[in-house]
Design a binder for this molecule. Structure first.
Ligand code: PHE
Length: 346
């Protein structure tokens, strides 16, 4: 007799349950069926008036229905809570009104800063800036610079050669010295230029080698230019760039396009030439800065400077190298890794 009653209640509950869309509605339905004044509570009240033999079965049915309703409502509640949380999280993670991450003030790369500074020092001395292409001819990069056919620098292992038939050159310049050739072939003396730029060498990359790096070339040609002019110029540069107390030292060296040629060192910026144990100069008190020398007569001949009264000097320095010396940077790769923590120090 009461079975019908129970299934009616369950059916009615199910219809209302399906329509639930919010936690509040779940709460309301829970109250309506299980609350103090709920349907099932009222039903329980009628238990008393039942004949003794029906009481047990009736009570059991109420309890079964109660726990069915309870379980359904609980499940719904959990699902709705999860849904609410998820939509909240989704909203938060794509909130377009949130302030953006702080911007790092853009600055110039340490290599560019040093390039600019080197150029400023030399332009203050009366040099002008010359440029040349990074794709060069064999003639400009080697031939006109008195670098003979068999010179190891011409080896495939040092130079990147290009085979594009439309290209104006056949290699990536291995130094900025071809700019010397270009300037002398297009201008008459006196010449006083520096040439900053990128150069390429087929190097295994490590802490002190990179296959792309930067150089600044210097060239002065006029009547009566002497080795003393070269020494004075580089001395002024070293003191301007590294500090007033810095001294230079010229050691004989070989570069095919200069004669005599020299390797120029500066007093150690770390131990100040105290010759104590120093990891930077290795206790010698000196750090190698650049290559230099007097322009070789064969270079003058190659570019058509035939006046015997003309003399000149040239030098070439690695920008990464002098930047590392100045800031005490031990690994060249740091310049190219775009690590903001490294770069923002400059
Ligand atoms: N071009 C030389 C190099 O890359 C440096 C240099 C330039 C040496 C000018 C002497 C004169 O090693």
């Amino acid at each position: 007799m009461f079975t019908n009653n129970f299934s009616d209640i369950e059916e009615k509950f199910n219809i209302q349950f399906i329509a639930i869309e919010s936690l509040e509605q779940t709460e309301e339905l829970s109250k309506a069926y299980l609350g103090k004044k709920g349907v099932l509570t009222a039903l329980m009240e009628t238990l008393k008036s039942l004949p003794q033999d029906e009481k047990q079965a009736f009570g059991k049915s109420i309890n079964i229905l109660k726990s069915k309703i309870n379980a359904k409502l609980l499940q719904k509640k959990t699902a709705l809570e999860e849904k609410e949380l998820l939509s909240k999280l989704l909203q938060e993670s794509s909130d377009p009104t949130l302030p953006s991450a702080p911007l790092i003030a853009p600055g110039s790369h340490p290599i560019n800063q040093v390039l600019t500074e080197v150029c400023e020092i030399f332009t203050a001395l009366g040099f002008s800036i010359a440029e040349g292409p990074e794709i060069e001819t064999d003639e400009n990069n080697f031939g006109a610079l008195n670098i003979p056919e068999h010179h190891p620098a011409r080896d495939m292992h040092d130079t990147f050669y290009i085979t594009n038939p439309n290209s104006t050159g056949n290699l990536l310049r291995t130094h900025t010295s071809p700019v010397q050739v270009r300037v002398m072939r297009s201008q008459n003396p006196p010449i006083r230029i520096i040439a900053p730029g990128k150069v390429y060498r087929h190097e295994a990359v490590d802490a002190t080698h990179s296959s792309v790096f930067h150089q600044v070339e210097g060239l002065v040609v006029d009547e009566g230019i002497s080795f003393a002019d070269l020494k004075g110029t580089l001395d002024i540069f070293a003191r301007n760039f590294f500090g007033e107390k810095i001294k230079t030292r010229f050691r004989p060296s070989y570069f095919p396009f200069v004669e005599p040629g020299a390797e120029v060192d500066i007093t150690c910026t770390v131990c100040a030439n105290t010759k104590t144990y120093c990891p930077v100069c290795k206790g010698t008190g000196w750090i190698e800065m650049l290559g230099a020398g007097m322009v070789h007569p064969n270079v003058f001949k190659a570019v058509g400077y035939l006046d015997p009264k003309l003399t000149g000097f040239a030098f070439g320095m690695g920008i990464e190298r002098i930047c590392m010396i100045r800031y005490g940077i031990s690994d060249m790769r740091l310049f190219y890794e775009n690590n903001v923590d490294f770069l923002k120090q400059f």
